[in-house]
Design a protein around this ligand. Sequence first.
Ligand code: SME
Length: 150
Amino acid sequence: MSDYSTLCRDLVALVDGVPHPIANLANAAALLWQELEDLNWAGFYLSEGDRLVLGPFQGKPACIEIPYGKGVCGTAAEKQEAVVVEDVHEFPGHIACDEASRSEIVIPMTRNGVVFAVLDLDSPNVGRFTQADRAGLEVFVRVLEKALFP
Ligand code: SME
């Protein structure tokens, strides 16, 4: 099981007082990529009108635009809630950027109640993301939101 309290402390050390949102998202993606096991993609999509656009990430090149309501990312953004997909082959409308991906978690990020980005993690293992991962990553995202918009 991942130690999310250490991960959040490391995040604060990286982003605290840094006034550059893209740099902070890039370092947050790199930290998750470095510290979490069994990932094949870790990064952010950023809201732009009615769609999400690829942001800082680690992993293979990925699809650039995802309309709200489409795929796992667009579904999480539209519902404004985390989506945990145990097996992407069972998720209707899953967008396969890397065919190695077998499970996925997406956590929306909000500012003043509006989604401005989503955190997206993919794994080559079915069932990689548990409710404990969801809870830990939700705290991680709250810490990051505060650093981006103090
Ligand atoms: N699988 C995502 C698309 C983004 S990639 O995983 C990086 C989705 O269905 O929204």
